[in-house]
Design a protein around this ligand. Structure first.
Ligand code: 9WO
Length: 235
């Protein structure tokens, strides 16, 4: 899988992909992540990535041209219909459909090449969305100062689902959300800390009972804080 990030703040990504599962997946060539500076695709003297909004109003809008140039260079074409099979050009935006574990799974399965476009200022010229973008995606109902943090979220969530990314010790099957449940509580040593005991059942070595306890706790927690997950309704 190839993941390319388009941003006016490439420095933002300097270290984030150098830790844990993502770092290991990169080392093992399971994923290749490249961060591109949108400014390097400008052609004007002042290397402008933004300009004033048509129709007036506050703030600036990101220009089409450098983003079209970037996609043309990186994907090979600016015609969505002609993208190589498995190409996704994603615009991170609060106006997009909401990113969920099922979406991460779908991308990890089908996508070969993901281009993540990070907006800044008041937004991106809509012609980018109309022509280049295959998926407009939001990571949740809040406004950020730009798409960069969202691009990190997608990259992390998708990379860890790629075949062999997790290694043999762990599996994505037990992850929260795989079965529409939140995760169960976890404990480690010591068995008593400042008077707080680890639940006895986890210490007795009966794995069938432990699995039953974990399932029960996961369900309890989900009912309490995320009833919508159980009802299968969007919230
Ligand atoms: C601002 C705003 C205010 C009220 C109602 C809707 C609104 N949408 C926006 C908006 O899209 N602002 C963006 C801020 C403009 C481009 C940079 N910003 C941003 C936020 N980029 N990406 C996000 C974001 C948020 C959640 N998930 C993915 C991306």
């Amino acid at each position: 899988m190839k993941i390319d990030v388009l941003t006016i703040f490439p420095e933002f990504f300097r270290e984030v992909f150098n830790f844990g599962i993502v770092r290991r997946a990169r080392s093992a060539n399971i994923v290749e992540i490249t961060v591109y500076d949108i400014r390097s695709f400008t052609t004007d003297k002042h290397r402008m990535t933004d300009d004033r909004p048509f129709g007036g109003g506050d703030g600036m809008v990101m220009k089409c041209e450098p983003i079209f140039n970037a996609v043309e260079k990186i994907v090979g074409t600016t015609e969505r219909e002609n993208y190589p099979q498995g190409t996704r050009v994603v615009l991170l935006s609060p106006q997009g459909r909401v990113f969920k574990q099922v979406v991460a799974r779908k991308f990890a399965e089908d996508a070969k090449h993901i281009v993540l476009i990070c907006g800044r200022y008041e937004g991106v010229d809509e012609r980018v969305n109309e022509v280049l973008v295959t998926d407009e995606i939001s990571i949740g109902d809040y406004v950020l100062s730009g798409g960069e943090a969202a691009a990190i979220v997608l990259t992390d969530a998708i990379t860890r689902l790629l075949p062999n990314a997790l290694g043999s010790e762990t599996s994505a099957e037990n992850d929260s959300f795989t079965n529409n449940l939140l995760d169960c509580p976890h404990y480690t040593r010591p068995p008593e800390f400042r008077g707080m005991r680890v639940p006895e059942i986890l210490l007795n070595g009966n794995h069938a009972e432990i699995e039953r306890w974990r399932a029960e706790k996961a369900l309890e927690k989900t009912k309490k804080v995320r009833k919508d997950l159980l009802e299968g309704v969007e919230k």
